[in-house]
Structure formats: structure tokens, C-alpha cells
Design a protein around this ligand. Sequence first.
Ligand code: ZN
Length: 150
Amino acid sequence: MDVNALYQDIILEHYRAKSNSGLREPYQAEVHHVNPSCGDELTLRVNLDGDQVVDVSYLGEGCSISQASTSIMTELVIGHGLAHGLELYEEFKEMMHGQGKVELDEDRFEDAIAFHGVAKFPARVKCALLGWSAFADAAHQATEGQGADR
Ligand code: ZN
């Protein structure tokens, strides 16, 4: 099977059956991010317990790439340390800006490797990064809130 067809299948599967879609409580921070060039919109909530990501939930609309990328991101960050999630975000961002020349480690990125093919299309890079940047933004807001409480 052609690798690009396989990647497309992974993206479509997540678009049809999104993981962790729907806003949930409790949460410490909620952000709303838009990608005007494509029309993607995303409201995302983060629930942290200390430095652990307990939950990420969201409500999004837009193209299959933005929706699938957000779905896959939640699977990779929920239940792990926040530092791990932000590290994945930095690496994913580097790959998306690498025009197809930067590879991701499949063991750590699982289905997110499917976006390697998208990195060759500059117009779609923001779609793939929307969920990740919303997560990083919400996580920063949540940690600032925790700091203020103590
Ligand atoms: Zn899009």
C-alpha cells in the first residue's frame, strides 16, 4: 500500500471518529483558536493535576486535517506529564515546518506520523498545528493559574 494512501486513511479515520471530542469538566483553562486561512475553529480545555495532563477535551469544526490532528494530539498527551506533551508539540511543529524533510519517531508519535505528508503543503501546516498550539496555550494558562493559587 502506498504510504500516502495509508496516511490519508489514518487522517480520515480520526476525522470520522474523533477521540476526546466534546467539552468536559473540570478544566483549568479554555482557549479558542482559529485558523482563518482555512476556516478551522477550535475550543479546547485542559485539566492538569500538578505536572500531569489529566484531560484534554475540545469542540472543533473545520477541515479533516485540523480535526484529525487534534484527535491524535489528545491521545498522545492525556495521561502523560505536561513536559512530555509540550516536547511532542515542539517536535511536531519542527516536522510540520520541515517541508517533508523532518521525520517523526513512530514509537512516540503513533498516528501523528501521518501528517508527514501534509508538511509538504504549506497551506495546510496551520491546520495540522491548530490543536497542538491550542493545547500548549491552554496548558500555559492552566499552569499560570496553579501558580497564582499557591
Ligand atoms: Zn484546515
